[in-house]
Design a protein around this ligand. Sequence first.
Ligand code: S3P
Ligand code: PEP
Length: 430
Amino acid sequence: MEIKLKKTNYVSGVIEVPADKSVTHRAVMLSSLAEGNSIVRNYLPSDDCSRTIEAFRQMGAEIKIDNGSLYIKGAGLKLVKPQNGKYNIYAGNSGTTTRLLSGILAGQDFETVIKGDDSLSKRPMQRVILPLLQMGADIKSNDGLLPLIIKGKTPLKAINYESDKSTAQVKSAVLFAGLYADDATTYKEPVKSRDHSERMLKAFGVDVRVSDNFVTVYPAERLTAQDITVPGDISSAAFFIAAALIVPDSNLTIRNVGVNPTRDGLIEVLKQMGANITLTNMREISQEPVCDIVIKYSKLKAADIGASLVPRMVDEIPVFVLIATQANGITRISGAKELRVKESDRIEAVTSQFKKLGAQVESLEDGFVINGNSGFSLAGTVVDSFEDHRIAMVLAIASLIAEGETVIRDSHCVDISFPGFYKVLKNICM
Ligand SMILES: O=C(O)C1=C[C@@H](OP(=O)(O)O)[C@@H](O)[C@H](O)C1
Ligand SMILES: C=C(OP(=O)(O)O)C(=O)O
């Protein structure tokens, strides 16, 4: 499927974005492992989250969907054993499903095979295999790629793991495996990655201790069912924050956005660049800080982004590059090599497609150099999403400042994280 989009005069309105993908995955997983009935309100009904829901249904959790909420009767920490020797789980396009689930499967008394789509089948899994092998699980892979064959063990061996990358997926896998370990498991990472797992494990009654970029989790006997409300996803809001900032005369409010301090790097750097962004109505919902965000068109100046900020805005970097094309001066982004192993090689995808639109963007091995110019308009043409949801969405936002028509190929993939994206976009374009 392709979509054709045109330049807009300005962006305006009051909107909400769908629920946080990271929080939804974790809420489904921990509710499925809990004893009793949990509710996950305002969950994200996207393709990736559906893969997690289906996986846990297969393994014995009862999950009902009613009026935007999930009603989950947990199967307990030990999931239901398969009737035919092993489970076959399809993780689709979802890295989070695959890697977090691996940690849980490491502690089960059965075998599971995880497969995924073409994109997921190219993404590195060694990062999660390595610590789980150390903990005693039996894991086979296709040379570090899917399919993964995971034979769990109980108890697992507690480890002290020091990761060379900041990745919440690996951290969460180790923490979840730690629930099944014989002692306290500690995980250390270079820069603190998103901490939704730590917050939610505590809510489910697990002893988790956090100090800077160290986390220790203690083995659990049971998890206690919870009533969770999922905030809006800042990674989805980022596309509309960008739209309001770069289209002249825009004024947009996005309600109910999660602004966890491990996820708010984009807002921090945009403020440094001179963005007129106000966070109002700050509150806490289910252990996560949430607010409304008001964004007005702003003349921006260039910025430098390095490895210490990247984990706090990793999924927002493609849309940040677009914003940087509209900021006066040269913006440099480094320490973002992880973007090469997402749903597409996002460094390559962003550079090649933005160049087609006339932007001055060069790729680095681990980032970008962007020569920005305030008010610089792009030129619409045919561009590719490479079936990567974040690339499709950033190209759609770019079309708002591109002369003529922008045609985005494989535009449907937005459903992976943001069902209804094009409808929200249409509603705010004046
Ligand atoms: O834990 C999570 O929910 C996620 C962690 C990040 O990946 P990494 O852990 O690979 O950095 C992020 O890119 C992904 O969209 C979701
Ligand atoms: C990288 C992403 O997700 P995942 O790793 O779960 O596929 C993303 O949503 O941008």
